[in-house]
Design a protein around this ligand. Structure first.
Ligand code: G6P
Length: 606
C-alpha cells in the first residue's frame, strides 16, 4: 500500500525522489519521507501528511545527496505521525518498507530485551534494527540482509541505505512489488514502473523472495535461497503522458472522460472489428469449462458480478463470484475443470492474489483481468487478459471498471459461441453492439451537466439508496460504493426486488433514491418500485433512457435520460452517470476526490 523509490545516482536526488513519490502517492498519503547518503552519513527528512508537507520541510532544510530513498505511507502499524513516517533508522540502517511484518512484536520484544530502543510504533523499525544487528555482528551488507529476511514473516518490499556504503541501496520483496530500474550510470528501485518512469523505461520485476543490491552500474539479484538470479530486463513504454491530469481538475474526472477511448482500446484487443468475432487470447476452451470462479475486491468485485450476469445468461456457463478476502479463508468447494479469473486493476491486491493462488494450488486453470500487465497476478496466471485502459490514478476506480466489463462482455460472447448458445450471426450482432459502446459511453458522459444538477441535491443528503434489477443491481452497488468512497455520504446499493424486505423502511423525504432502469425486460418492475418509493415521500432520481422516460410513472424528482442501447452494453452506458454523480457530489462537498481519506489505490495488505 505504501510507495517506495530508491536512487543510486550521480546527480542530486531530492527533486527526483519527490517527483517519483508524487507518482506513488496513489498508494498511500498518510506521511512521506526521504533519506540520503552524503559523505557516508544518512540524512532524513520526513513529514506527516501528504507530499506537499514534505516539500515544505525540504524548502527550509534541503537534502543534499546523490543516493537516496523515499516513501509515501498508508498507515497500518502506528498512527500517521511524524515518528511513524518512513524511512526508519536504526544504527547504520535507514529503510523504507511496504507491507506488514507479522512477527514484528516478538522481534521487537527480543531486541528490546537486549537493550535496543525503538522510536516508532511501526512494524518496519524492527527490520532496520535486525539488519543493523546483523551488520554489527560483522556481516557484509548482503549477507546481513539475507540473515534479516530469514527472520521475517509477512510481506515486504524494502529499499535500504547503509551508513558507510556510499554506492549502495539494498532491496527485497516478498508479497509486495518491487522493480529495479536501469539508467545511464544510475540505478533505481521502485514500487512499480511508474515510480521509475521519469528516469528510465528499462525495468526488471523482482520475483517473490528476491533480494538485490544496486550500485550506480549494476544490480546483483538473489533468489529466496540466496542463489544469484537472472531476471529479464524489459522496456516499459513511456506512460508519462498518461499520468498527467491535462485540463481536468482531478484524475477521477479525467479518467471518467477517458472511458470512451479506454474502452475502445480494450474492445479492440478482444474482438475483431472486421469479422465481428470475439477473439479471446490465451487458448481457453470455453466449451470444455464447467464453471468459472471470479475472485476480486472492491470495484473489481462488482465488475465480476456483472461478468456473472453476462456469462451465465449468454453462454449458460456457471460463474461464481466472491469477495477474495472471504473466499481465501472459507475453504470453498472447487470443481476440477473450472477456471479461476482474478479481477484486479492493480494486479497486486493481497486478498485477490491469495485467492488466486489458493485456486491454482487446487489445480485450477487461472486467468487474470488486470490493468497492470506486468503485475504479480499477471505474471502468475496461465492467461493474462489486460484491460488496456492506461494507468488509473484516482483512488476510486472508474475507467478500469468499464474496461473490465468490456473484457467480460467479450468473454461472454466468445463463450456463448464456443458453447453453441449463439450462432455466427448472433455473435456478429453482439460484437457490433459492443463496438458501439465507446460512442454511447461518450454520449452518456455528456449527461454531466444534468448530473451536476442532481449532485447539488444529493450533496445535502445523509443517506442515499441506489436500486436496480438485473445488471443494474451490481451497478447500483457500484454507484453506492463510489459515493461512499469519495463524498463520505452513507449509501447503499440494493436489488430493487429487495426493497420491500428492508430498505423501504429508510425511505423518507430526505433520502434520495437513485433508480437505474433502462427500458428493458426489468423495466416494469423497476417502475413499480419507483411508485412504491414515491408513495412514501421518497425523492427519486430516475436514470433511464428515452423509452423509459416515456413509460415512467410521473413524479420522479429528476430524470436523467441516458442514450438508448442494447441490454448487452447497458452496464457500460449507465456507469458514467453514477460515477459523475459521485464525483460532483464530492466536488460540491469540497472532498479530496483523488485521495479520499483512509483509502488507497492498491491494497497490498490483508
Ligand atoms: C481499493 C481501491 C478500489 C479497488 C480495490 C480493488 O479498495 O480503492 O478502487 O476497486 O482496491 O483493487 P484492484 O486493484 O484489485 O482492482
Amino acid at each position: 500500500m505504501c510507495g517506495i523509490i530508491g536512487i543510486v545516482g550521480t546527480a542530486p536526488v531530492q527533486g527526483r525522489l519527490i517527483e517519483s513519490l508524487k507518482r506513488l502517492e496513489y498508494r498511500g498519503y498518510d506521511s512521506a519521507g526521504i533519506a540520503g547518503l552524503a559523505g557516508g552519513q544518512v540524512m532524513r527528512r520526513r513529514a506527516a501528511g501528504k507530499i506537499r508537507a514534505l516539500e515544505a520541510v525540504l524548502e527550509d532544510d534541503p537534502l543534499d545527496a546523490t543516493v537516496g530513498i523515499g516513501h509515501t505511507r498508508w498507515a497500518t502499524h502506528g498512527a500517521p505521525t511524524l515518528a511513524n513516517a518512513h524511512p526508519h533508522t536504526q544504527g547504520r540502517v535507514t529503510l523504507a518498507h511496504n507491507g506488514i511484518i507479522e512477527n514484528y512484536a516478538e522481534i521487537r520484544e527480543r531486541l528490546a530485551a537486549g537493550g535496543r530502543r525503538f522510536e516508532s510504533d511501526t512494524d518496519t523499525e524492527v527490520i532496520a534494527a535486525l539488519l543493523d544487528s546483523e551488520l554489527a555482528a560483522g556481516k557484509a551488507p548482503l549477507a546481513a540482509l539475507k540473515a534479516t529476511l530469514d527472520q521475517l514473516s509477512g510481506a515486504y518490499a524494502l529499499a535500504v541505505l547503509v551508513e558507510g556504503e556510499a554506492d549502495l541501496i539494498l532491496g527485497a520483496r516478498r508479497g509486495s512489488p518491487l522493480v529495479v530500474g536501469y539508467g545511464e550510470g544510475e540505478m533505481f528501485l521502485g514500487s512499480d514502473a511508474l515510480a521509475v518512469g521519469p528516469f528510465t523505461h528499462r525495468v526488471c520485476y523482482l520475483e517473490e523472495g528476491d533480494y538485490v543490491a544496486i550500485d550506480r552500474r549494476s544490480a546483483r539479484i538473489f533468489d529466496a535461497a540466496g542463489r544469484p538470479a537472472k531476471r529479464a530486463v524489459r522496456v516499459v513504454p513511456a506512460s508519462a503522458a498518461l499520468v498527467e491530469k491535462g485540463n481536468y481538475r482531478h484524475f477521477m474526472e479525467k479518467e471518467i472522460h477517458d472511458q470512451p477511448e479506454g474502452c475502445q482500446r480494450t474492445i479492440a484487443a478482444y474482438v475483431d472489428p472486421l469479422t465481428a468475432k470475439a477473439a479471446i487470447p490465451g487458448g481457453i476452451d470455453f466449451a470444455a469449462l464447467q464453471r468459472i470462479q471470479i475472485v476480486a475486491c472492491g470495484t473489481s468485485y462488482i465488475a465480476g458480478m456483472l461478468g456473472k450476469y453476462l456469462i451465465e445468461r449468454l453462454a449458460d456457463l456457471a460463474v461464481d463470484v466472491e469477495i477474495a478476502s472471504e473466499f481465501r479463508y472459507r475453504e470453498p468447494s472447487l470443481s476440477a475443470g473450472s477456471l479461476v479469473i482474478a479481477m484486479s486493476q492493480s494486479g497486486e491486491t493481497a486478498d485477490t492474489l491469495a485467492a488466486l493462488r489458493y485456486c491454482q494450488a487446487k489445480g485450477m486453470a487461472s486467468a487474470a483481468v488486470v490493468n497492470a500487465a506486468e503485475s504479480t497476478m499477471a505474471r502468475e496466471v496461465d492467461v493474462v487478459w489486460p484491460i488496456h485502459c492506461g494507468p488509473e490514478i484516482g483512488v476510486a476506480s472508474t475507467k478500469a471498471f468499464t474496461a473490465q466489463i468490456c473484457v467480460l462482455t467479450a468473454i461472454a460472447v466468445a463463450a456463448a459461441r464456443a458453447r453453441g448458445r449463439i450462432d455466427a450471426a448472433e455473435e456478429q450482432r453482439l460484437v457490433r453492439v459492443l463496438l458501439e459502446a465507446p460512442r454511447l459511453i461518450a454520449e452518456s458522459i455528456e449527461l454531466e451537466a444534468a448530473v451536476r444538477g442532481v449532485a447539488l441535491e444529493v450533496a445535502r443528503a445523509r443517506d442515499v439508496l441506489y436500486l436496480g434489477r438485473g445488471p443494474m443491481y451490481p451497478l447500483s452497488l457500484e454507484g453506492a460504493l463510489k459515493l461512499k468512497e469519495i463524498s463520505y455520504i452513507h449509501a447503499e446499493g440494493y436489488a430493487a426486488g429487495e426493497l420491500k424486505h428492508g430498505p423501504i423502511a429508510l425511505v423518507d423525504e430526505a433520502t434520495p433514491i437513485v433508480i437505474l432502469a433502462p427500458f428493458d425486460s426489468y423495466f416494469e418492475k423497476s417502475a413499480s418500485n419507483m411508485s412504491e418509493v414515491m408513495a412514501r415521500g421518497g425523492q427519486v432520481v430516475f436514470i433511464t433512457d428515452p423509452d423509459g422516460q416515456a413509460h415512467a410513472p410521473q413524479g420522479a424528482r429528476v430524470v436523467v435520460t441516458a442514450p438508448r442501447c442494447d441490454p448487452l452494453i447497458a452496464p457500460l452506458v449507465y456507469a458514467p452517470p453514477i460515477q459523475l454523480l459521485a464525483y460532483h457530489v464530492a466536488v460540491q462537498k469540497g472532498a479530496d476526490v483523488d485521495q479520499p481519506r483512509n483509502l488507497a489505490k492498491s491494497v497490498t495488505v490483508e
